[in-house]
Design a protein around this ligand. Structure first.
Ligand SMILES: NC(=O)N[C@H]1NC(=O)NC1=O
Ligand SMILES: [Zn+2]
Ligand SMILES: [Zn+2]
Length: 450
């Protein structure tokens, strides 16, 4: 007997964990219920995807939507719209740069209320770990955080204090017991702050002065230090936005000897170089900074080796006024959550032949597996009906007005991409189509199975 499903997507090239295949996929009651060469049943809605690729909807493991409290920078509403326009169905929001920061249950619940009202797509939240909230980790875990985030160096936000070595050790001991991962922004605080102070004192504030103050060793040293604490405590460690191939090598070596450590990288470390940043200016300032072309080539090698667990955007926008000034002094953060998938299709698949199934793992599957989010991140039976429909060969040049961010700025404005997201579907419902958001906020809170 043929069934009547909520949705059937017909004849798309499905990007499944084991490769790409032409098939139909049916969704009923928000979940994928059938995948077959030809599904005989009918549906309330049918999408003809012939000629297009169907990716699992992306999950961005690392964004700063700044809501509540810094909504003049970005909001959950605008950020989640941008994510959907880029094929995203979920994100994990960082415990800063919202205000107050997510350092206890009360502020977690404040943010949850905003997301319940305003988030177009599904969401998880990071809790923070700072010297001030070692006694709040348990309550944050009970709230349902996906993990904890800490900064080894100054975070840019005074209220979100950096994690000193004592806090790193004790925090990791506690998180190991609770069974939650810690993600660390790894840059050596003493070296970065001394070099920055010296540069400022000498009026050396150019882009190259900034790179010099955040040289590769500051990341490499701190990654190895964090690995030592993880190895000692058994805490699951994730290195945030790793920017140097040498740091990735340290992570891989540690993992090979049994340490529970993995790393995330960000699109811009694979796509832009230091010379691009010099040309583009402060819109492309981030920390750690974007490195040279030689390092970038090695980073692609690491991607081909499977050494990155997932790729995020580190979407960290600000009020444009904060990007206006001398390079060393302005806000560090890049707006990118709308372009990660298209970037990887352009520079990964088309330029370097990265398999599409690997791109799907890096943008959707792995991040949900690492954080134990059930039922999300791949095109498989029983999983959420989350899809990004992609015209793989369609080229487009990104215009500022295409961006759904609160502030229409990004280093990628003016770049030409190959691989356009034409439709995004969250749990069976179309939320973005042909350049427009077509749904009210329907996001729900994602809790890990810890
Ligand atoms: N506070 C904040 O968002 N910092 C982020 N920006 C950036 O470029 N790197 C970060 O960690
Ligand atoms: Zn960071
Ligand atoms: Zn970040």
């Amino acid at each position: 007997m043929s069934k009547r499903y909520d949705l059937i997507i017909r004849q798309g090239m499905l990007v499944c964990p084991d490769g790409v295949k032409k098939a139909d996929v049916a969704v009923d009651d928000e979940r994928i219920v059938e995948i077959a060469e030809e599904i005989s049943g009918e549906a309330k809605e049918t999408i003809d995807a012939s000629g297009n690729y169907v990716f699992p909807g992306a999950t961005d493991g690392h964004v700063h939507f700044n809501d509540p409290g810094r909504t003049e920078w970005e909001t959950i509403a605008t950020g989640s719209n941008a994510l959907a326009a880029g094929g995203g169905v979920a994100y994990f929001d960082m415990p800063l740069n919202c205000n107050p920061c997510t350092l206890d249950a009360k502020n977690f619940n404040n943010k949850l209320a905003v997301a319940q009202r305003d988030s177009l797509v599904d969401y998880g939240f990071w809790g923070g770990l700072t010297p001030k909230n070692l006694d709040k980790l348990e309550e944050l875990a009970e709230c349902g955080v996906v993990g904890f985030k800490a900064f080894s160096c100054f975070s840019g936000i005074t209220e979100f204090e950096r994690m000193d070595d004592y806090t790193a050790l004790v925090g990791m001991e506690k998180l190991a017991k609770l069974g939650y991962p810690l993600m660390v922004h790894c840059e050596n605080a003493e070296i970065v702050s001394a070099l920055t102070a010296q540069a400022l004192a000498n009026n050396k504030t150019t882009v190259r002065d900034y790179f010099a103050a955040h040289s590769p060793i500051t990341e490499i040293e701190n990654v190895s230090r964090m690995i030592s604490y993880a190895e000692e405590t058994g805490c699951k460690l994730i290195i945030a936005h790793v920017s140097t191939a040498r740091a990735v090598e340290l992570v891989t070596q540690a993992r090979n000897r049994g340490v529970d450590v993995s790393c995330e990288t960000i699109g811009h470390y694979l796509i832009l170089t230091d010379d691009d940043v010099e040309r583009m200016g402060t819109v492309a300032k981030c920390s750690p900074p974007i490195r040279d072309a030689q390092n970038q080539t090695k980073m692609w090698g690491k991607l081909f080796n499977g050494e990155f667990t997932f790729i995020s955007s580190d979407h960290s926008p600000c009020d444009p006024k904060l990007k206006d000034g001398e390079f060393l002094k302005v806000w560090g953060g890049i707006s990118a959550c709308q372009t990660t998938l298209s970037s990887l299709l352009t520079h990964g698949y088309h330029e370097r032949k990265v398999p599409l199934a690997d791109i799907a793992k890096l943008t959707a599957q792995n991040v949900n597996e690492v954080f134990k989010i059930p039922g999300k991140g791949k095109i498989a039976l029983g999983f959420d009906g989350d899809f990004a429909l992609v015209d793989l060969n369609q080229e487009f040049t990104l215009q500022a007005e295409d961006l759904f961010y609160k502030h229409k700025a990004s280093p990628y404005v003016g770049s030409t991409f190959r691989g356009n997201i034409i439709q995004t579907i969250l749990r069976g419902k179309t939320i973005f189509k042909d350049g427009k958001v077509v749904s009210k906020p329907i996001g729900k809170h994602l809790r890990p199975l810890v």
